[in-house]
Design a protein around this ligand. Sequence first.
Ligand code: AMP
Length: 390
Amino acid sequence: MMDKTPALPPGSVIGIIGGGQLGRMSAIAAAKLGFKVHIFTQSVTDPAVDVAHNVTIASYNSTNALKEFAQAVDVITFEFENIPSDTLEYLTHDCSHYCFIRPSIYVLQTTQDRFKEKTFLTSQTSIPLAPWCFVTDQTSLSLAVEKLGFPFILKTSRNGYDGKGQRYVRNLEELNTAFTDLTPHPLIAESVVDFACELSVMVVRSHDGILRCFDTVQNYHWHGVLDMTLAPAPLTENISTEAQNIARTIAEALDLIGIMGVEMFLDRTGHLLVNEIAPRPHNSGHWTMDACPYDQFDMHIRAIAGLPLPHAVRHSDAIMKNLIGPEDMALLPRVLQTQGFIPHLYGKSIARPGRKMGHVNVLFPFGSLPGSLGIRNTLGVLATKTALEK
Ligand code: AMP
């Protein structure tokens, strides 16, 4: 039976649905706080399986397995948001008397579907968004062309991640091809943002409403996949603070318990626009693992376990570089022998193109990142792709 005490004691069991690297790093953070971790995933080779106290390997649709899992843990959390809706409904309606479920089904259902996410964000009057339209058929597609004008981006509502499930369309021919190719329908049409840079903020909220925000960071993507993060973002304090305020507003409005990443664009006129929300630890928060006394995974576990939330301070500036696919893994020997490079590997044996294999953090003295002399050299070693290496 569920223990209704607000803070889970050491030895309690954190249940994580999903077995990827975010689950793996969450499990390590949970172990540091004295918790045991039970992973529920579909594949025994997943990265989180290696570091878990207990594992259930079953389909996310197996109600028997989900029920046993809920009975065996004290709180359930998620390391990815695309959990099947039936699974979320079953856990919430049939299992929530066994354990806490954090964040709630509302947070997951809102953020796993771009239409719901944009409808929710649009309902928050203070959240700025690029113009968008819901596309269900040829009529709504024509309306999108009328409202947005070419070019725009067509995105699937569900299952899009790392730039997958989206197409840049410049004319009617490209539009018709994209409309047929992109599945599942319905789709979202979104204006192309002429951005100066991409930013994100990790925000964490406790069950009693305490909010903490990590520094606003700048992200560099390569073919839609995060390649590198600069922490803090080299921006004016006003913009960084505004980005944090937007993230706080969203976390409050969702009644979030746990951590969430909010991705934004800074357009060339200096305005912030929210791109999307990830209701879990996020790749753009990996720098916190070495640059902060309490990282994003510590904070998430604390929030869902009802422990106090310390301030999300950083003691160092940092660059985080993802190790993606075979090209980046070729850098590993150099990374391993470079003093000050801190690698985090996910235990995946096959480096397929585009696969996130690990990341490297490099620290700089607090306040030194913008304009630091060390950065050019660091990037010379780390940057295989981003424009930063030039
Ligand atoms: P998403 O999966 O929506 O986060 O998109 C992945 C990447 O595509 C983003 O990080 C941007 O680099 C780019 N992108 C997505 N939407 C837009 C947009 N409306 N305007 C310009 N670039 C975009």
